[in-house]
Design a protein around this ligand. Structure first.
Ligand SMILES: *Cc1c(COP(=O)(O)O)cnc(C)c1O
Length: 422
């Protein structure tokens, strides 16, 4: 007989199923279906072994009872596993947990963040369509929009990230989708998700939000009106810099079917091992994002007091242009901040080179604090004029706050600011 403990566990396992059926909604303030609980409990189906943690299903294919079942599985008349390019229990567990956290019904995991973006475009746009992308998105995302899509007869335009009127004036009857990233890298500019979703829906288009910087722990774009979310799981979903992966999340079944079918055909699938790492990473996501935000805010406030610092960009600071909007659409300000030092590239490189605890790497979303010079790394491929237009100066430094003691990060930076003769 089922005991009360088992019943309770069944109830928690059923969370993602209830979400899928639309019987419950995820609210950040909801006590039972809180981010913290979903992150740990949604999307696990135990096997008959009774394992407490999740297993890794390292298998490429699955066996069938008989030939008729094989035929039924292949045709889709019977649901079940077929082949790990598109059906794997570990990958599915990660997809369900991420979808539950985003307050969405469906997720498709992919081999990288870029493959998630490419897969979604391949699934939803066609020759003759018009798409609008924010002018401040991840470098490879710009390349996909600017260089790849035009080869297939898709018209691409870029619009300024925070200027809602500009987006309004650029959309047309054949605009299929709007694509944004908010907050942006590295200046943390904020896009109005609700306003842009209304602009998209008015012309029958879709709003896609790259939610890599906030994650569902701090921002739920679907609840604000977005149709699709893309993730680079490589960043905060993993959280410890181990694996490359991505995902697409939506509540629209038609969109999900198109993306899933395209994944089945074209194959940018996530490996079961990586899915397991991300699935476990999600368990600590809410608590990590809180601490990343706290540390970033403390660093930003400390940097403001430093004589060698000209300007600090962090949405948690009241003078940041996106502060008010970030406060309304986010639950926290995130772990990324940037600052300008007095001088130019030489001075910026000196500060970076004099740090010893902080890692010099362009990656972010790791427990380790990282430091980078955007003008010569993440934004080196664009022209000097484009960089100037995007506000990325030679004296700009980006920090992704990790989870070390913030006093030690501050200590490292304060030594980096000291001149050798001091
Ligand atoms: C890193 C990143 C991507 C690309 O993801 P990969 O996993 O590296 O392919 C896309 N968008 C944002 C915001 C990113 O930071």
């Amino acid at each position: 007989m089922e005991n009360p403990r088992q019943r309770k566990q069944q109830r928690v396992f059923a969370l993602s199923e209830l979400l899928r059926l639309g019987k419950i909604r995820v609210r950040q303030s909801d006590n039972f279906v809180s981010n913290e609980t979903l992150a740990i409990r949604a999307g696990q189906v135990r096997t008959m072994e009774g394992e407490h943690s999740d297993p890794i299903f390292a298998t490429s294919s699955y066996i069938f009872e008989n030939a008729a079942q094989a035929a039924a599985r292949f045709s889709g008349t019977e649901s079940g596993n077929v082949y790990s390019r598109f059906t794997n229990p570990t990958v599915r567990a990660f997809e369900q947990r991420l979808a539950a956290l985003e307050g969405g019904l469906y997720a498709v995991a992919t081999a990288s963040g870029m493959s998630a973006i490419t897969l979604l475009l391949l699934s939803l746009v066609k020759e003759g369509d018009h798409v609008v992308c924010s002018n401040e998105v991840f470098g490879s995302t710009i390349s996909v929009f600017a260089k790849v899509l035009p080869r297939f007869g898709i018209e691409v335009e870029f619009a300024p990230v925070s200027d809602v009127r500009a987006w309004q004036s650029v959309v047309r009857a054949n605009t299929r989708l709007l694509f944004i990233e908010t907050p942006t890298n590295p200046l943390c500019n904020i896009s109005d998700i609700k306003a842009l979703s209304e602009i998209a829906h008015d012309i029958g288009g879709l709003l896609v939000v790259d939610n890599a910087f906030c994650t569902p722990a701090l921002q739920k774009p679907l609840a604000l009106g977005a149709d699709i979310i893309v993730h680079s799981a490589t960043k905060y979903l993993d959280g410890q810099g181990r694996c490359v992966g991505g995902a697409v999340v939506t509540s629209n079944e038609e969109i999900y079917q198109k993306i899933f079918k395209m994944l089945r055909i074209t194959g940018p699938a996530m490996s079961p091992f990586n899915a397991w790492v991300f699935h476990k990473g999600l368990e600590t996501l809410p608590i990590r994002m809180q601490l990343h935000s706290d540390n970033a805010e403390k660093l930003a406030k400390w940097l403001l007091t430093q004589p060698d610092v000209d300007r600090v960009y962090y949405p948690g600071l009241t003078d940041h242009p996106g502060h008010v909007l970030a406060k309304t659409q986010q639950e926290g300000f995130g772990g990324i901040l940037s600052f300008e030092v007095k001088g130019g590239r030489t001075e910026a490189w000196q500060v970076i080179d004099r740090t010893s605890l902080i890692s010099i790497t362009a990656n972010l979303g790791d427990v380790k604090t990282t430091i980078t010079h955007p003008a010569s790394t993440t934004h080196a491929h664009i022209t000097t004029e484009q960089r100037a237009a995007a506000g990325i100066k030679e004296n700009l430094i980006r920090i992704a706050a990790g989870l070390e003691a913030v006093a030690d990060i501050i200590d490292d930076l304060s030594r980096a600011f000291l001149r050798p003769e001091q």
